[in-house]
Design a protein around this ligand. Structure first.
Ligand SMILES: NC(=O)c1ccc[n+]([C@@H]2O[C@H](COP(=O)([O-])OP(=O)(O)OC[C@H]3O[C@@H](n4cnc5c(N)ncnc54)[C@H](O)[C@@H]3O)[C@@H](O)[C@H]2O)c1
Length: 390
């Protein structure tokens, strides 16, 4: 069993991994700058929605799992995992400096025999850069890239069920990464560093393209005055090749957009499909606002509109990069009074009040609480939850 530090361990990527490793018997230190999250975890409270996390936290905290703001604990660790990735800047180019800065700030605490694992999505070539940085201090750095490919909120289940891609800058580090991940993943697949970096980006970009296709079809069909869901249901009915056709909806969150843009930067801005996907997915809130405007007689000025669901995905409390907030801005630009409601957000308006006080209701994200609502007011539902296309 290994002694493992996870830098950024109290976040959405770090915590499910930490819990899974701790449950497998490793000694895990979650190192995080976020004092509130550290305190919460040490008290046995999971700071965000993550299926199955509470049960494992209760069993492991203080035994094989510890959370701290102090980086000193990493000195004695056999493995140091970093979850910092490469976000994109205002020009949609990767901010490689972010991960470099974090590695530099912890470098002096890393043991020379420890395996350093990058866990977040990174721009292709970053592993090579980090390897060069580690070589300033270590003669033979042991560096691996083992990307996270979980669906947020179901990380624990997925780490245990999905194959783990691994890569490293030396055979020794690759074997160490293999030996670590076979303790928690059903299958470990070896790639070269750049291959693994691209594989992770392509995984997310593919998903983003799939959603864009569905969203483009939705806007194409509905702008002709046709019912998308009637056609969608018909084309999928007993037709095996259309079963993976995703439903339309806001494609948002901290990863899909960013990673598609990283791939675009990697391909010298010639990733036309990815760029088009971005235009389509980011355009959906505007289309939805247009649909509501039409339903309310051509103007939203002075109208009260409720958005139900503000998080970036259903049944989750994470609002990062949620397109419901973009929709809110679009509606406000048209001088509507916007009422935001979401059972996962403390300060939002409760559901009954939101419906009662509004002239029209837009489904921002289909939380379970909304699935069986019967609303006698104009609604827009691009997700196909209230309108069955029959
Ligand atoms: N959320 C996902 O499902 C997912 C999946 C794959 C990859 N990623 C990528 O992983 C990265 C992290 O995402 P996340 O969702 O876990 O973010 P998050 O904000 O939930 O967690 C990041 C954590 O790191 C901590 N942190 C930041 N800088 C630190 C530092 N210098 N030292 C110690 N702790 C520090 C923060 O306090 C936070 O708790 C991002 O690059 C993201 O794109 C996310």
């Amino acid at each position: 069993m290994k002694k493992i530090s996870i830098i950024g361990g109290c976040g959405h990527v770090g915590l499910p991994l930490g819990l899974t490793l701790a449950q497998a018997g490793h000694q895990v230190q979650l190192v995080d700058l976020n004092e509130r999250a550290v305190q919460s975890i040490n008290k046995g409270v999971v700071p965000f929605v993550e299926a199955g996390a509470a049960e494992i936290l209760e069993k492991t905290i203080g035994k094989t799992l510890f959370a701290t703001t102090s980086p000193d604990v990493i000195r004695t660790c056999d493995v140091v995992v970093f979850v910092t990735g490469t976000p994109v800047d205002e020009h949609l180019n990767p901010r490689v400096h972010d991960v470099v800065k974090v590695i530099n700030s912890y470098k002096s605490q890393i043991n020379k025999n420890a395996l350093v694992v990058l866990r977040s999505t990174v721009y292709p070539g970053v592993l090579e850069i980090i390897d060069a940085i580690l070589r300033e201090t270590f003669e033979e750095p042991l560096l691996a890239f083992c990307p996270e490919r979980i669906v947020q909120g179901k990380g624990i289940e997925e780490i245990g069920n999905l194959p783990q891609l691994i890569s490293a800058t030396s055979q020794k580090a690759e074997d160490m990464a293999h030996d670590l991940f076979v303790t928690i993943a059903p299958k470990v697949i070896r790639l070269k560093p750049k291959e693994a970096e691209i594989a992770k980006l392509m995984t997310n970009a593919w998903r983003y393209l799939e959603f864009a296709a569905a969203n483009q079809f939705y806007m194409m069909v509905e702008s002709q005055g046709l019912d998308f869901y009637k056609i969608f249901n018909a084309l999928r009915d007993d037709y095996p090749r259309a079963q993976h056709f995703p439903r339309p909806g806001f494609a948002a969150g901290p990863c899909l957009f960013k990673d598609t843009m990283q791939l675009s930067a990697f391909h010298k801005s010639h990733f036309f499909l990815g760029q088009s996907a971005m235009l389509v997915n980011e355009g959906l809130p505007v289309f939805v606002a247009d649909q509501m405007e039409k339903k309310l007689g051509g103007s939203l000025k002075g109208k009260s509109l409720a958005i139900l669901g503000m998080t970036f995905k259903p049944n989750n409390d994470d609002i990062r990069e949620s397109l419901s907030f973009k929709l809110k801005k679009v509606l406000e630009m048209r001088m509507a009074n916007v009422i935001c409601s979401d059972p996962y957000l403390k300060d939002s308006v409760d559901l009954e009040t939101a419906i009662e006080k509004s002239h029209g209701i837009i489904l921002g994200v289909p939380h379970n609480q909304y699935l069986n609502l019967k609303i006698n007011k104009p609604t827009v539902d691009c997700w196909g939850v209230w309108r069955k296309g029959e």
